[in-house]
Design a binder for this molecule. Structure first.
Ligand SMILES: CC(C)(COP(=O)(O)OP(=O)(O)OC[C@H]1O[C@@H](n2cnc3c(N)ncnc32)[C@H](O)[C@@H]1OP(=O)(O)O)[C@@H](O)C(=O)NCCC(=O)NCCS
Length: 306
């Protein structure tokens, strides 16, 4: 049996397909534009999410349209763990978000999950109020950080045994292990290789030339994997990690400086990245001169309490 979506009169829901990627991107972009005055979501990020191994589009996604076929909202439920709901600004205040939230909770329960989780932009007061009214509580915070790159960055000196070069074919498995090992210090779940690859190095916007990796001998000990998002004039660091035994030697600082230099040469004058309160890395990024541009909050509630 499939979780039911009960929409306000005048709207219909169906599962999303890969043909909907552009429409979903436009919907999310309209929401970001309305809240923050700029668009950060990348079309290949939407596509990568829909292609996640284990996601069943027919059961785990819903696209809402009005009678004219306009896309009013969408939601996806990521294998019982987390949901995302976006309602187009022109269609808010009609109960569509609440209907999708009911569906997402039902779908999470159907997948056997004990809890429902959602991430909401902190400026989205209506969505925040909706989640709170449904018993959701704060689990974590994400910050989008930025750093202007007004001049070509100076590359800091590194210990003599460490060398840095751009990511190359053949680095995939070592980079995967490094990142998952480092992220295991705070992430609730280690990603299987295929899921990581799809969300990171197989994305069209992943650019090896702006993604420096660091080595001690032939061991990969640091990585800053970056995206050059079409239509954006900013460099974006998707994942940064340094192996535990090589920390506090300036490696993260150096990797970010190398990435900034490459982005600067490509015309970017800003470097951005997201970090999560669980990582404890915010203080490091602030020390490196980054500042918070915007934030989102992860909300959670136990499903048994609904
Ligand atoms: C976060 C991480 C990449 C830092 O790597 P690192 O190579 O040890 O960092 P650096 O040595 O280049 O440190 C850069 C500066 O930040 C400071 N710093 C490093 N870690 C810090 C922390 N946790 N809190 C506050 N400051 C920190 C350093 O003292 C240094 O400052 P200084 O140059 O003024 O002395 C590493 O700890 C890591 O891989 N963590 C696990 C993965 C992770 O959480 N990645 C970030 C996800 S968004």
């Amino acid at each position: 049996m499939s979780a039911e979506l009960v929409l306000p009169v005048g709207y219909t829901g169906r599962a999303a397909t890969l043909d909907d990627v552009d429409a979903i991107h436009r919907l999310m972009a309209a929401g970001e534009q309305a809240l923050n005055g700029r668009v950060e979501v990348a079309p290949d990020g939407v596509r990568a999410d829909l292609l996640r191994p284990g996601l069943v589009l027919a059961a785990d996604t819903r696209l809402v349209q009005d009678v004219a076929g306009n896309v009013a909202a969408w939601a996806w439920q990521n294998q019982g763990r987390r949901s995302q709901i976006d309602v187009h600004p022109a269609f808010r205040g009609q109960g569509i978000g609440g209907a999708l939230l009911d569906w997402a909770e039902a779908r999470a329960a159907e997948r056997g999950s004990q809890q429902a989780a959602q991430t909401v932009d902190d400026k989205d007061l209506a969505a925040t109020a909706l989640l709170r009214s449904r018993g959701y509580e704060v689990l974590a915070t994400n910050w989008l950080l930025e750093m202007p790159v007004a001049t070509e960055p100076l590359l800091p000196e590194l210990p003599a045994d460490i060398h840095v070069r751009p990511f190359q074919p053949g680095d995939e498995k070592a980079a995967y292990r490094l990142i998952q090992d480092a992220f295991d210090e705070w992430q609730p779940r280690r990603q299987p290789y295929d899921e990581w690859a799809r969300l990171m190095i197989e994305r069209e916007s992943f650019v090896a030339e702006v993604s420096p990796v660091a080595f001690v001998g032939d061991e990969l000990v640091g990585a800053a994997l970056c995206l050059d998002v079409p239509g954006s004039d900013e460099g974006y660091v998707e994942q940064l990690a340094v192996r535990r035994d090589q920390r506090n030697k300036g490696l993260a600082r150096a990797l970010l400086a190398v990435a900034s230099t490459e982005f600067y040469r490509r015309g970017s004058r800003n470097l951005t990245l997201w970090t999560h309160s669980g990582t404890g890395a915010l203080a490091m990024y602030e020390r490196l001169g980054m500042t918070v541009r915007r934030s989102t909050t992860v909300y959670r509630k136990p499903l048994s309490a609904s």
